[in-house]
Design a protein around this ligand. Structure first.
Ligand SMILES: [Zn+2]
Length: 135
């Protein structure tokens, strides 16, 4: 595995419990008997009145490394400028394979010799984990 791909996968592992190194979010209200209030509407589309008990749960966010997690995907965007000063912004294809994604800057450079700065854009699956599953 190349070093950049290693960066995309964090210390989290779905088979072990969360540790203190995971970032813990402040408590978020959990609507015990249904979806968040903002999503509940009457038939005419008005927000439903709140009459539900709720309690606060602590949530943790971490990389989703489970076998069925969405794949990490990579893409490169050109940060070079056109001759008139506008930013190029051209984007390469999105690829699950980092080395495949790295091919595009070489292709782009072939036609734009002065576009030498790129951003690596990565889509990495993350999971929100409640301290305790709501009942
Ligand atoms: Zn460019």
């Amino acid at each position: 595995m190349d070093p950049h791909a290693a960066l995309a996968f964090g210390p989290g592992d779905s088979r072990r419990r969360s540790t203190g190194s995971d970032w813990a979010a402040p408590p978020v209200p959990w609507w015990a008997q249904g979806r968040p209030v903002g999503l509940q509407r009457t038939r005419k589309g008005a927000p439903l009145a709140i009459r539900k008990r709720y309690r606060f749960l602590n949530w943790t966010i971490r990389h989703d490394n489970a076998p069925d997690a969405p794949p990490t995907r990579h893409m490169f965007r050109c940060l070079g400028e056109e001759e008139d000063g506008r930013s190029c912004g051209a984007e390469g294809p999105v690829a699950a394979d980092f080395q495949e994604a790295q091919r595009w800057p070489f292709e782009h450079l072939r036609e734009h010799q002065d576009h030498r700065s790129f951003a690596h854009v990565a889509e990495v699956p993350w999971l929100m984990i409640p301290e305790k599953e709501p009942s």
